[in-house]
Ligand binder design. Structure first.
Ligand code: HEC
Length: 108
C-alpha cells in the first residue's frame, strides 16, 4: 500500500515538474518573440511594414514566409536578396536572428 502511495506522490511530483517546464518554455518563447518584435521595429519595419503589415511595396510580406524554412530565412537575412533586401550579416547576432525568426513565425 505504502508503495502505491509513494508511486502516486512521485507521479504527481513529476507531473508538476513537467508542467513547470512547459510553462517555462512558453515564457522563454514569449520573451524571444518580444525581443524579435523590438529588433524588427528597429531594423525591418521601414521596408516590411509596421507589425509586419506589408505596406504594399516590393518588400516580401513576412506573414507569408514559410514557418518551417529557417535556412531560407537565415540565408536571406544574412546575405540579403537581390538588390532591395540588404544583407544583415554584420549587424545581427545569432540570438538576434533567433529572436527575429520567433517573431516572424508568431505572425506579428
Ligand atoms: C531596405 C528595405 C529592407 C529592409 C530594411 C529589410 N528588408 Fe527584408 N526584404 C526587402 C525586399 C525588397 C525584399 C524582397 C526581395 C526580393 O525577393 O527581391 C525582402 C525580403 C525579405 C525576406 C524574404 C526573402 C526570401 O527568401 O524570399 C525576408 C525573410 C526578409 N526580407 C527579412 C528581413 C528582416 C528580418 C529584416 C530586418 C532585419 C529586413 N528584411 C529588413 C527589403 C528590406
Amino acid at each position: 500500500m505504502r508503495g502505491l502511495v509513494n508511486a502516486a506522490v512521485i507521479g504527481a511530483a513529476i507531473a508538476a515538474v513537467l508542467a513547470a517546464r512547459v510553462a517555462g518554455a512558453r515564457a522563454a518563447e514569449a520573451d524571444l518573440i518580444d525581443a524579435g518584435r523590438d529588433l524588427y521595429g528597429d531594423m525591418c519595419a521601414a521596408c516590411h511594414g509596421r507589425d509586419m503589415v506589408n505596406a504594399g511595396g516590393i518588400a516580401f510580406d513576412l506573414r507569408k514566409f514559410p514557418s518551417d524554412d529557417l535556412s531560407r530565412f537565415r540565408n536571406s537575412v544574412l546575405n540579403g536578396k537581390n538588390q532591395a533586401m540588404p544583407p544583415w550579416r554584420d549587424k545581427l547576432t545569432e540570438e538576434d536572428i533567433a529572436a527575429l525568426w520567433a517573431y516572424v513565425r508568431s505572425g506579428g
